[in-house]
Each structure stands twice: as structure tokens, then as C-alpha cells.
Design a protein around this ligand. Structure first.
Ligand code: GLA
Length: 387
């Protein structure tokens, strides 16, 4: 991280001068609670020690100038009238935030921003949310805007929904902004009430295995899953008009109406209703230090994502199956939107080396390709490093 910070500072000084604020904005892991956030449900993410570093400063013009260190690409636009989406892709995460801030009545003037990260892009560790939250936090710092963290998360999520065009839930942005070192964050995505659960045991580590599979399909499939959940809710509302989302649905009601819905819609709904329950139970496990039971719920979550929600892929399934048979592993599952990206593995500290070696070796043998393995620490949310 120190190296990245120095790199960002140097690049900003070279391009835009010596005055700037420096911000770190983390990626996130999600221990359990996948595809529940946009169903008003529960999630259990944590901010991690990998993320994005940004340097940001006003430039007293009407122009935004951005530089992405990892891509070695720059972008420039005037902030007047309606902002236009960029074909370059990445500028949209920054522009989306500017667009949302303006829609919320904040006057955004021209600014310069240089950023780079050590979160792999598209790996399901929320590099995009980290960037959105970093820019938002930075602009609030520059302008002295006092935006409560929960409100910030909503603005960053809307930036992605409305400008980037992915109908994501609020988990990633919320975790990136509100994470706390040593704690996982249980979030009620309906009320946005949250509670921290200690996740700082020295004897346990979170290890991510990156398939390096990135599917273009992911965002259209994601939006389709959202629609399918909404269709399920519409059907169930005929019997219980008080149901607003899958969060309100009991399994018994769902089974009573299995014949009333398309089998695919039924499967999607069943997974979400069960996953919501698992998050609550997994939090109790954490509270009691019952890591074996916690790990079993991770495997159940994966099975649901694979067979019922159908957002996994062969690479992820192979990794979870290998992990299941390795010593010192409490649990493993695919993480994030799906169709590629990472698995999250909760592993006993003294087995992490052998886990890493064996999973790499066995995967390579079976799939004839490589994975990347990252060890992560549960870390603090978006913050100022220096001004
Ligand atoms: C992506 C979205 C989140 C969430 C997860 C699935 O990461 O950005 O809002 O829906 O997928 O749990």
C-alpha cells in the first residue's frame, strides 16, 4: 500500500501540482449474504486492506481532469449541462458521482484526480465501489460538505445505478465507506441499520482465490436476476399484499405457491429467502465463535448460488470443491455478483501456506490454468490519509 501511495503522490505532483488531498478507499469481501442486498435483505461484508488510493484537488476551472495510473489513461471533460457517459468506461465511476452530487443539490466545480489501486478489477472485490466512494469522500472533504456516511453510500450506489447503468444494491458502497478494522458489518439493507461483529481472530485468515475469469455477461445477468426477484414478489403479493420484497417472504408461503410461478422464478426466490436466514444464523455463529458452523453456511450459500440462483461458473465451483477437502478450511464460497471473480475462503492461520500451495496446484492440474491467491485483512473504511 505504501508503494501505491507514493506512486499516486508522484503522479499527481507531476501532472497537477503539489497541493492535494490523499484518500484511501477500500474494496470489500462479503462473508455471507449474496444477492440479498437488492432484496431488502441482510449482508455481512467487511472492508479490506486492498483498495484504491486517490489524490484530488480543485483546479478553479470548469473542467474535470482524471488520470488512471493502472491503465495509464487520462480523461477530461467540462462540468456543464448534462454529463455524458464516456466510452473509456472507468471515467463513468467518477462522473457518476459528480452527476449524483449535482442532482442532490451540491455545486461541483472542476477538479483534478489521480488514482490507482491494488484491488484486481472485476474480481468481485468492488474496485468500482471503492473508486466511487473515494471520489465522493474526496469531494466532500475538498468542499467541506458534511454528508453522513449512510447518505454517502446511497449517493455512491445511485451513481452506479443511474450513470454506469448497473442496478447494484447498496452493499459494496456501504462496506467501503463504513468498514471498521477488525470487524465485519452486518447490514440490514432495508433500514440501513448496521452492527459490527468482531472478525479479528489471529488464528483465522480470509483468503481470496481469483479465477481471473471476467465475463461481460455479468451485468446483464445481474440485472436479470433483480427482475426475476421482482417478478416473484409480484406473484406472492396476490396472496399477501403486505409483501414488499423477498425480505418479507417466509419459506412456507413460497412453497405453498410453487405451482403458481415459473420454476426458475421459484428457484431464485427460494435461494434469496434462505440466504437471508443464513446471514442471521451466521452472525450468531460469529458471536459464539462457532467457526465450523459459520463455514458450513458458506458452503450452503455457494450451493444455492450455484444451483438455484445460477450465478456461479465451473471455475468457482472447482475452487470451492477443492477447498472443501483441504485441511484447516472452515468454509468457502463464490463472492460478489458471480460468473467469475473470486472465492472467499476462511482458513486457519497455520494452514494458510499449505492451503495456498495446494489449491493452486490442484486447480492448475484440473483446469489447466492458473489462479491468483490474495490474503486479506479486515480493515477500515474510506478515509483521508493526508491533506
Ligand atoms: C455486486 C453488487 C452488490 C451485490 C453483489 C451480490 O457486488 O454490486 O450490490 O448485489 O453483487 O451480492
Amino acid at each position: 500500500m505504501e508503494q501505491l501511495i507514493q506512486q499516486i503522490k508522484k503522479e499527481f505532483q507531476h501532472r497537477f501540482g503539489d497541493s492535494y488531498k490523499l484518500i484511501k478507499s477500500p474494496g470489500r469481501v462479503n462473508l455471507i449474504g449474496e444477492h440479498t442486498d437488492y432484496n431488502d435483505g441482510f449482508v455481512l461484508p467487511a472492508a479490506i486492506d486492498k483498495g484504491i488510493v486517490l489524490a484530488i484537488n480543485p483546479n478553479n476551472t470548469n473542467t474535470c481532469r482524471f488520470y488512471a495510473v493502472d491503465k495509464k489513461e487520462s480523461f477530461e471533460t467540462e462540468i456543464s449541462g448534462n454529463l455524458k457517459k464516456s466510452d473509456q468506461g472507468w471515467p463513468n465511476y467518477l462522473l457518476g458521482v459528480v452527476d449524483q452530487l449535482r442532482k442532490h443539490g451540491f455545486e461541483v466545480d472542476g477538479f483534478d484526480c489521480v488514482f490507482g489501486g491494488n484491488v484486481p478489477i472485476g474480481a468481485g472485490m468492488s474496485s468500482s465501489a471503492a473508486l466511487e466512494c473515494g471520489v465522493l469522500f474526496g469531494l466532500a472533504e475538498l468542499n467541506g460538505w458534511d454528508i453522513p456516511p449512510v447518505e454517502m453510500a446511497k449517493i455512491a450506489q445511485k451513481a452506479e445505478n443511474e450513470f454506469v447503468g448497473v442496478q447494484c444494491g447498496i452493499m459494496d458502497q456501504f462496506a467501503s465507506l463504513n468498514g471498521k478494522e477488525g470487524y465485519a458489518l452486518k447490514l440490514d439493507c432495508r433500514s440501513l441499520d448496521y452492527e459490527y461483529f468482531p472478525f479479528n481472530r489471529d488464528d483465522i485468515q480470509i483468503v481470496l482465490c481469483d479465477t481471473q475469469v471476467r465475463r461481460e455477461l455479468a451485468s446483464s445477468e445481474y440485472n436479470m436476476r433483480r427482475e426475476q426477484c421482482e417478478q416473484g414478489v409480484e406473484i406472492l403479493q396476490q396472496w399477501n399484499p403486505e409483501i414488499e420484497s423477498l425480505r418479507d417472504v417466509e419459506l412456507t408461503l413460497l412453497f405453498q405457491h410453487e405451482q403458481d410461478m415459473d420454476p426458475t422464478i421459484f428457484k431464485r426466490c427460494k435461494y434469496v429467502v434462505e440466504e437471508n436466514k443464513r446471514v442471521i444464523q451466521a452472525c450468531n455463529d460469529l458471536h459464539q465463535g462457532a467457526m465450523d458452523s459459520f463455514g458450513q453456511r458458506m458452503y450452503q450459500s455457494h450451493a444455492g448460488l450455484r444451483h438455484e440462483y445460477e450465478v456461479s461458473c465451473e471455475e468457482l465451483d472447482v475452487l470451492v470443491n477443492i477447498a472443501r477437502n483441504l485441511e484447516g478450511v472452515f468454509g468457502a464460497r463464490m463472492m460478489g455478483g458471480g460468473f467469475g471473480g473470486c472465492t472467499i475462503n476462511v482458513v486457519q492461520e497455520d494452514h494458510v501456506d499449505s492451503f495456498t500451495n495446494q489449491i493452486k496446484e490442484k486447480y492448475e492440474k484440473q483446469m489447466d490454468k492458473e489462479i491468483k491467491v490474495y490474503r486479506t485483512k479486515v480493515s477500515s473504511g474510506t478515509h483521508l490519509i493526508s491533506s
